[in-house]
Design a protein around this ligand. Sequence first.
Ligand code: PRP
Length: 176
Amino acid sequence: MDENLEILFDEQAIEQRVAELAAQISRDYAGKDLVLVCILKGAALFTADLSRHLTIPVTLDFVHVSSYGNATVSSRTITVKKDIDTDIRGKNVLLVDGIIDTGGTITFLIEQCRERGPASLKVVTLLDKHSRRTADFPIDYRGFEVPDIFVVGYGMDCGEKYRNLPYIAKLDPLST
Ligand code: PRP
């Protein structure tokens, strides 16, 4: 393993927590259809695994945004690089993120989705870096809370590296 990495959540811990989240989501949406919206790229692996555990009818869509400027919500510009294809009016939508940090990305996407008139709109994130939040909103489903450290793996990157790791690790800041 890369010597700059320290495992926070191994494959087994992730698998178990994802299964628990999926069971809870399946119960909450029993008898309903769900549109899962994967927030690229960070949520790619999480969405794939979560969707496989869901026992309700699900469709998948993908959104990719870019953000510029510094890390506070008020000074960041977010633009859509790839929008969803689904007409979500009247549908149950679950936004799937890998990590919520300041909350800027998810706040922007919640606003975008709301304007399109879904029947319901909720958020699931695998990781919640709550200490960094500058925008407040409810997170409906959360995998793990993480402190303010740089995390990589299981979809999350540093300069596009490490996304394919099956575990989530802390990256030594001195190595970046
Ligand atoms: C990361 C992550 C979240 C977002 C969270 O995406 O995947 O979507 O940042 O940060 P925020 O709460 O401060 O907005 P990033 O923009 O790094 O793109 P990526 O998912 O393609 O790596």
